[in-house]
Design a protein around this ligand. Structure first.
Ligand code: SF4
Length: 84
């Protein structure tokens, strides 16, 4: 029982929005990645576009089988950034 860690919205018109080897593992819980604001510290597979915008198109970190653990680990950094 760890149902709070994962769900799939297969009714979403974009599902699956990123390619994963095992589609059964796909997690929709972090549809908008909460680590985006961490810039280079998010631990994901990002690139920067010429415009300077961070692109997450090639990243599956918030969707893969270990997504919940990865986000929880990085959430400590998010909280640090949120401090005064
Ligand atoms: S989707 Fe991936 S690259 Fe983008 S912020 Fe989240 S972890 Fe980082």
């Amino acid at each position: 029982m760890e149902g709070y860690k994962k769900f799939q919205n297969t009714a979403c018109e974009y599902f699956p929005c990123h390619k994963l080897e095992n589609i059964e593992d796909f997690n929709c819980l972090f549809c908008y990645c909460p680590l985006y604001m961490l810039k280079e510290e998010c631990g994901g597979n990002f690139t920067y576009l010429e415009s300077g915008i961070k692109s997450c198109m090639g990243c599956t970190k918030p969707h893969d089988a270990n997504s919940y653990e990865h986000v929880q680990e990085k959430m400590k950094l998010v909280l640090e950034h949120a401090k005064k």
